[in-house]
Design a protein around this ligand. Structure first.
Ligand code: PLP
Length: 399
């Protein structure tokens, strides 16, 4: 027989990690990486939040042994997350129709959801936005889904192609899954308005589609509470709902791999049976999740003092990004009066679809040592008072 690995082709390079490699190899001391998907503070560093540091100190003082967690994770974590994601008093809580399991970051949550519905959904078709986070397609294809896209970004108007999106939703066969970004759409930064969400919810429930909400950036658009409200609206209006959420960004806990997968069923009985299957998915993948990140998040969410501290720190991150957006738009407008940059301000979250094309992105890299994703996505959270001047001049030149 053929030797096991001899015919294996090389997998395509991850586009974002490829940027980091080129960035690391660049000798220019003034190089700037806007291709990342991470929040940096004004000193260009990934922050260690004070609430996290305090929680870790408290955990260290307890000196607890490192026992296994249950398959579905730390129970106190799951309860606290559920309240945060669905909002206290959500109808499904009392009716015991909502279940939450700890997951390995947002990606792990999507993976549990994908594995779970691939086993039990009558349809193996899923729709993601065009464009979307680049891992969505690969992740669902790996579970045997046929991945389709619905229109989302209109490059001409630099806004959402809402009519196109609704028309596509109306054409989907019932039982199909629709993946939606709860807030801070990655990569465009463009979110639906309240009224537009109403229409989307109406079509989804009319056509019996299964909504899967991916919330990787709760707290980065308006506030924790306001950003989470969309989850509650779906939960109150659709019989079924799947939700993945991540604490990588909001707690700056990237490497702890902490997030959660939740679902809403029509009855407590359905929810209990579904949970038993979700646990099988976890058990056969990694048995049970890791402890440290869950304990940090639970310690913060269950202490009023640490929670307030977190809310303030998150709000500082959000405000800093907003300031960078405003400065970017203002300073670019000053240099290029012929162009309109107001779209930068209306976007939410870490990213901006800057309108740069592939050639301009290459020029930024080759002539200025400034790195962005080929699609023109830049990470606004990687801008700071020290580098924004150089970025503005370079972008104004290549545009
Ligand atoms: N979903 C979206 C839309 C994202 O942008 C990201 C991260 O960039 C994730 C999921 C994955 O989050 P995590 O790093 O927690 O796995």
């Amino acid at each position: 027989p053929e030797p096991l690995f001899s015919a294996i082709p090389m997998a395509p390079r991850d586009p974002i990690l490829g940027i980091t490699e080129s960035f690391n190899a660049d000798q220019n001391p003034e190089k700037i990486n806007l291709g990342v998907g991470v929040y940096y503070d004004d000193n260009g560093k990934v922050p260690l939040l004070k609430c996290v540091q305090q929680a870790e100190t408290m955990m260290l003082e307890k000196a607890a042994p490192h026992t296994y967690l249950p398959i579905d994770g730390l129970p106190a974590f799951n309860t606290a997350v559920q309240k945060m994601v669905f909002g206290e008093g959500c109808r499904g809580f009392d009716e015991k129709r909502i279940m939450t399991v700890q997951a390995l970051g947002g990606t792990g949550a999507l993976r549990i959801g994908a594995d779970f519905i691939s086993r039990f959904s009558a349809s193996s078709h899923i729709w993601i936005s065009n464009p979307s986070w680049e891992n969505h397609r690969a992740l669902f294809e790996a579970d045997g889904f046929t991945v389709h896209t619905y229109p989302y970004y209109d490059g001409e108007t630099r806004s959402i192609n809402f009519n196109g999106m609704i028309a596509e939703l109306k054409s989907m066969p019932s039982g199909s899954t629709v993946l939606l970004h709860a807030c801070c759409h990655n990569p465009t930064g463009l979110d639906l308005s309240d009224g537009q969400w109403d229409e989307v919810i109406a079509v989804i429930s009319e056509r019996s589609l299964i909504p899967f909400l991916d919330m990787a950036y709760q707290g980065f658009a308006q506030s924790l509470e306001a950003d989470g409200r969309i989850i509650r609206r779906f939960a109150d209006n659709c019989p079924y709902l799947l939700v993945s959420n991540s604490y990588s960004k909001s707690f700056s806990l990237y490497g702890e791999r902490i997030g959660a997968f939740s679902f809403v069923a029509r009855s407590a009985d359905e929810a209990t049976r579904a949970l038993s299957q979700v646990k099988r998915v976890i058990r056969t993948n990694y048995s049970n999740p890791s402890r440290h990140g869950a304990e940090i998040v639970t310690t913060v969410l269950s202490s009023p003092e640490l929670y307030t501290m977190w809310d303030n720190e998150l709000s500082d991150m959000r405000s800093r990004i907003r300031q960078m957006r405003e400065k970017l738009a203002q300073d670019l407008s000053a240099l290029r009066e012929d162009l309109d940059f107001s779209y930068i301000i209306t976007q939410n979250g870490l990213f901006s679809y800057s309108g740069l094309n592939k050639k301009q992105v290459e020029q930024l890299r080759d002539e200025h040592s400034i790195y962005a994703v080929d699609t023109g996505r830049i990470c606004v959270a990687a801008l700071n008072s020290g580098n924004i001047g150089r970025v503005v001049k370079a972008i104004a030149q290549v545009l």
